[in-house]
Design a binder for this molecule. Structure first.
Ligand SMILES: Nc1nc2c(ncn2[C@@H]2O[C@H](COP(=O)(O)OP(=O)(O)O)[C@@H](O)[C@H]2O)c(=O)[nH]1
Ligand SMILES: [Mg+2]
Length: 322
């Protein structure tokens, strides 16, 4: 039995893995496609094989540190495992990624939602990364699980942001809460929580503006939002999910670092993985952030959001090679 068929024993896993495979075709072409071509043209003992491997990974945004560490490990294992053919080397690359990353304890994609309390999930990240869209998708998932969900329009800054969230709430059939444009986001949170307490809401999905132009302002705004939420509901927000656009690559990674300095991020949502050949950013985030990726966006539609699963991600990248 092949490597991946051993991983995906249930039908559900196979269906999910397939979604990654469809969504990640650009990354697969760039990483798997280029590695395959390299292995077909270079012999295993050629000097520049490893340099070129490094280049492929770095081009796919795996990140320099991560790449160097990975390729070094590979180089050692080629000797100890007596790899003699390019097919075996391809298998080794996949297995090596599996060993280095899958059994990592930060690979948890659980979302901290419990019964019998109002759960508050805050979505932060710069403009355009996909916060509002992700909120719609997450709402859809939770509503299908039978939760009573309310979308909270905390992006009061950008014109049209409130309306955009309202449209999502109509689409997924959730509750919706907003104040007028320009109002203080923390007062929106306060009022929304009050409403939620009176109406038995299970989960609040809170949108924010997340302007990064000024780090100090961002910090103050998020601090204030957190303080208000925490005063009204003990232990909340239960998740602060940082939304990162995969197509912005290393730039997204530096945004993530800034947000992580100004507030406590509990998980990352990596959107637009379908729109990039540089899906290696997952490995860089894993290596450099120490924050779990909890969801990935694999398209613009309602159902194009998946809980992050490293094994399925690997399948997306390498398809059914082995
Ligand atoms: N291809 C693709 N597009 C996405 C994904 N997530 C969001 N988008 C698109 O990104 C754009 C910005 O999204 P939006 O939710 O408004 O971002 P926000 O400013 O962070 O709230 C929209 O056109 C979305 O359809 C995804 O996973 N894949
Ligand atoms: Mg938005």
């Amino acid at each position: 039995m092949g490597f991946f068929s051993k991983l995906f024993k249930t039908k559900e896993r196979r269906i999910n893995a397939q979604k990654y495979k469809i969504g990640m075709s650009k990354t697969r072409d760039s990483i798997f496609g280029n590695v395959k071509e390299l292995l077909e043209t270079k012999s295993l003992d050629s000097d520049d094989l490893f340099d070129e491997l490094e280049e492929i990974f770095i081009m796919a945004d795996v990140g320099v540190n991560t790449t160097v560490k990975f390729v070094d490990q590979l180089r050692k294992n080629i000797k100890t495992k007596k790899i003699t053919s390019s097919d075996l080397l391809m298998e080794l690359i996949i297995e090596e990624m599996y060993t280095m990353y899958v059994k990592d304890d930060i690979a948890v994609n659980e979302i901290n939602i419990e019964d019998n309390r109002i759960n508050v999930l805050l979505f932060v990240g710069v403009n355009g990364v996909g916060k509002t869209t992700t909120i719609g998708k997450v709402a859809n998932e939770l509503i299908q699980q039978g939760k009573k969900v309310m979308l909270v329009a905390g992006d009061t800054f950008r014109a049209g942001a409130i309306e955009q969230l309202r449209i999502w709430s109509e689409r997924v059939n959730s509750e919706f809460y907003c104040n007028e444009e320009g109002s203080d986001p923390s007062s929106v949170m306060f009022d929304a929580i009050k409403y939620a307490k009176e109406h038995d809401i299970d989960v609040l999905l809170c949108d924010t503006a997340g302007r990064l132009q000024n780090k100090k302002n961002l910090m103050n705004e998020l601090d204030k939002i957190n303080r208000v939420i925490n005063r009204e509901i003990e232990g909340a927000p239960h998740e602060t999910l940082l939304v990162v656009d995969a197509t912005t690559g290393q730039n997204g990674l530096s945004q993530a670092k800034i947000f992580n300095e100004v507030t406590t991020i509990t998980g990352i949502v990596l959107t637009k993985l379908d729109g990039t050949a540089k899906g290696g950013i997952v490995l860089a985030i894993r290596e450099e952030m120490g924050i779990p990726i909890k969801y990935v966006g694999l398209g613009e539609k309602l159902e194009d959001l998946e809980r992050f699963d490293f094994e399925e991600y690997l399948f997306g990248m390498f398809g059914d090679v082995i």
